[in-house]
Design a protein around this ligand. Structure first.
Ligand code: ZN
Ligand code: ZN
Length: 445
């Protein structure tokens, strides 16, 4: 982790932590929000009511002596057992009037340990409690976020999230690095995409209800057919949709369409799964199919979904669409793992993790292998649908006629209408000539 640059706030006359103008007493709650001193905090750049406490530095102690380390420890931790913020977490656990409350919980066990192990367990508890607090803040969109390490100048909540193993809130960009020194000492190093998806579920960013953007940009336009209804109502597919909208946040023009495609594709997969392996009616959600026992059905369902009319020999030789759909299935599994961690469903989580391991090892080969079998079965019987040459000819003749009839040789003849007409006809001609995909023209700004 790089050392943090010095914070640019004025330290002159800084009276030290005890006399800060923003005194956080132990029973302070975020309801005292109006009292916060804006110079002592950094607000989330997206949500004006969410903030972190600024890292403060001073060369002197409160008694006026020179300090070795210029950092002032002004961070607070949340004790979930007492529902309040405290400045020294381990001291708080051990002492004072709350000791009995603490000792009736897992703290009791921690205190049996000594040395490094005790320190590690206290850290894990601290992260867990802070996580509970942070999730409340995310839900309320108001209050202080407690990070493991605070940035000095700029804070954007969406760049932070809990480590799915120890719950410490760290920068999402550095989460892969965090794993190496994670206090939960994970047994395997997980890929970043896995970590981030699980983290996003845990921090309530991928919700089980549709976000505003998803409703406005996807649901309003998505067909209300069987597939559309499944996509709108399946818990995991909804969360996946929310995630896609966030992922493509800067691509306003196309994110709705992408997300809708992905959601409909996974909904189609679910419909195939229901046919391939019918379960109890109440358990036919995507979540119920993401289990190692359904791995074969998942492979087959994916092939049927990604290649609805398996007539394309090239596609079957390298079933790239099916393998791609596998990426979204992986996302769905990670979302499920996140949900299980949150709902403390250990058995279901374990199953989902096993499925994820199966995916990593077998997905590519299994999909390719099954595709080959299907290729042999079906290659002879399917008709090929190429565009009718007559249609192509007709289009070309028409475009040529329009081009010839354009009357733009003399400058005087050019009107606004004739200019627009020329642009449209030429764009259409270029699009056909270059064999570009539809939709590319409209994306040009
Ligand atoms: Zn407490
Ligand atoms: Zn961790």
């Amino acid at each position: 982790m790089p050392t943090l640059p010095d914070c640019k706030i004025d330290h002159q006359g800084l009276p030290g932590i005890a006399k800060l103008t923003y005194p956080i007493t132990e029973d302070e709650s975020d309801d005292d929000f109006d009292d916060i001193d804006p110079t002592k905090v950094i607000f989330d750049s997206d949500c004006e009511n969410v903030y972190i406490r600024k890292v403060v530095r001073s060369g002197q102690t409160t008694a006026g002596k020179k300090k070795k380390n210029s950092r002032i420890f002004n961070s607070y931790q949340y004790c979930h057992l007492c529902d309040k913020k405290v400045s020294n977490f381990s001291q708080h656990l051990l002492g004072g009037k709350e000791k009995t409350t603490h000792m009736e919980s897992e703290v009791h066990e921690i205190m049996q340990k000594t040395g490094k192990e005790r320190k590690r367990l206290i850290n894990l508890l601290r992260y867990k409690f802070n996580h509970i607090h942070n999730v409340k803040v995310v839900d309320k969109k108001k209050g202080e976020i407690l990070l493991d390490r605070r940035p000095t100048n700029f804070f954007q909540l969406c760049n932070y999230g809990p480590c799915p193993q120890c719950y410490a809130w760290v920068s999402t960009a550095l989460m892969w690095k965090h794993q190496k020194k994670c206090n939960a000492s994970p047994s395997e190093i997980l890929p970043t995409s896995t970590l981030l998806t699980q983290s996003a579920v845990l921090s309530h960013r991928i919700k089980s209800v549709a976000s505003k953007a998803l409703k406005e940009e996807v649901f309003n336009y998505m067909q209300r057919d069987e597939v559309g209804n499944v996509a709108r109502n399946d818990e995991l597919i909804l969360r996946l949709g929310n995630q896609w909208m966030e992922k493509n946040i800067s691509n306003k023009l196309k994110r709705g369409r992408y997300t809708s495609q992905i959601m409909r594709l996974t909904a189609k997969l679910l419909l195939h799964l229901r046919k391939l392996k019918p379960l109890d009616k109440k358990q036919e959600g995507m979540r119920d199919y993401l289990k190692p026992t359904h791995f074969d059905a998942l492979v087959e369902g994916t092939l049927l979904t990604a290649m609805p009319d398996i007539d394309d020999e090239e596609e079957l030789k390298s079933p790239s669409n099916a393998i791609k759909l596998g990426f979204d299935l992986k996302r769905l599994i990670n979302i499920k793992i996140g949900v299980c961690i949150e709902q403390k469903l250990d058995e279901e989580r374990k199953e989902a993790e096993d499925l994820l391991a199966l995916f990593r090892i077998f997905w590519g080969t299994r999909v390719t292998k099954l595709a080959r079998v299907l290729l042999q079965e079906r290659r002879f019987n399917k008709p090929k649908h190429l565009p009718d040459p007559d249609d192509l000819k007709k289009l070309n003749v028409y475009l040529k006629k329009r081009l010839e009839s354009l009357d733009i040789e003399k400058a005087d003849d050019i009107t606004c209408e004739s200019y627009i007409e020329a642009v449209e006809v030429i764009s259409a001609k270029l699009c056909v000539y270059n064999r570009r995909r539809s939709g590319e023209m409209e994306a040009i700004k």
